[in-house]
Design a protein around this ligand. Structure first.
Ligand code: SF4
Length: 307
């Protein structure tokens, strides 16, 4: 399988961070196109690239890849094209995954084409085939957010080999997410529980949206993502661990710091430890009494804890 070698075999030469990154990105790009039969519909209006309701999470590798591709510094690339986002992570319960994301509409869409295609974030490369391989396409196609997606209107053909490649890519993405979270926040995954922030986040006088949310039961109350992110930037981003993110990214302008990150990415023991913390012992931040406080807790649904 092209590009399917083990991460440590492909990248033995971390003494040359530029060469390491180029090799890693080439392997990722080869996997992204290997044995795929998927092509975007020419009539597609690129809703996934343009619309705010489709957020694209990004890892440190994505950030470094874009900086390399556009010959920009890492810090400048981050400042212009990325920001810290609060991602739903498959949840609708008000708990968000904190991770860099692309600004929207995506700044890399030029004349309806992706100008960073070889180094595009893995969630872009995995869509829509990975959801198809997971058989949750019907649910997505029915979701209001996805109605404009022409690729979701028809079945997507996937060979067993392609499904295996997608699983490999997904595994790489999970590793990148864990190690990026560790690098930026000191933890593999960093969650924010925002369910207690409703009163502070929702605009006053109460809008129709707020009234709708008010009508929901307390356990279901979730502020709109845009309002939540605005609150996050205004009030929470100045607290640790988020306040240090821009400085950590600025340090990545130094190739030696990049090499340090690449070593972390190849550290199987670290990745195993971060993975083990996973959903069962997740680090979850809550904001109350003007402070951001974290504790480890399970994010598994109650019914899953006993099996
Ligand atoms: S990186 Fe490329 S594929 Fe991904 S959202 Fe931006 S333009 Fe679209």
């Amino acid at each position: 399988m092209p590009g399917g070698s083990k991460i440590s075999e492909v990248f033995a030469q971390t003494a040359d961070p530029h060469g390491w990154l180029s090799g890693y990105l080439r392997a990722r790009a080869r996997l992204a196109s290997f044995m795929t039969e998927f092509h975007c519909d020419p009539a597609c209006t690129r809703p996934g690239c343009k619309r705010e309701d489709m957020q694209v999470p990004a890892t440190i590798i994505d950030l470094l890849g874009v900086a390399l591709h556009r010959r920009q510094s890492v810090s400048e690339t981050y400042r212009r094209h990325f920001l810290l986002g609060l991602l739903a992570d498959g949840r609708d319960n008000g708990i968000r995954l904190v991770l860099p994301r692309l600004r929207k509409p995506c700044p890399f869409l030029e004349n309806d084409l992706c100008s960073i295609y070889p180094v595009r974030p893995l969630p872009c490369a995995l869509f829509p085939e990975y959801p198809a391989s997971r058989s949750d396409m019907e649910a997505r196609a029915e979701n209001r957010v996805f109605r404009e997606y022409l690729c979701l209107q028809h079945p997507i053909s996937l060979s067993p080999e392609r499904a295996q490649v997608l699983a490999e890519l997904r595994g790489r993405w999970e590793r990148e997410v864990l190690v990026s979270g560790f690098y930026l926040f000191g933890h593999g995954r960093c969650h924010l529980d925002c369910r207690n922030l409703m009163e502070q986040i929702l605009p006053r006088p109460r809008s129709a949206v707020a009234a709708d949310i008010e009508a929901q039961s307390a356990s279901q109350r979730v502020p709109p993502r845009s309002a939540l992110e605005h609150f996050f930037r205004e009030h929470l981003a100045r607290h640790q661990p988020f306040v240090g993110v821009e400085e950590k990214i600025r340090q990545l302008d130094d190739p030696e710091e990049q090499a340090r990150f690449f070593k972390l990415l190849q550290d199987d023991r670290l990745v195993k430890k971060l993975r083990q913390a996973g959903e069962d012992k997740a680090l979850v931040f809550r904001f109350f009494d003007g402070q951001l406080k974290a504790r480890r807790r399970s994010l598994l649904p109650e019914e899953c804890k006993f099996y």
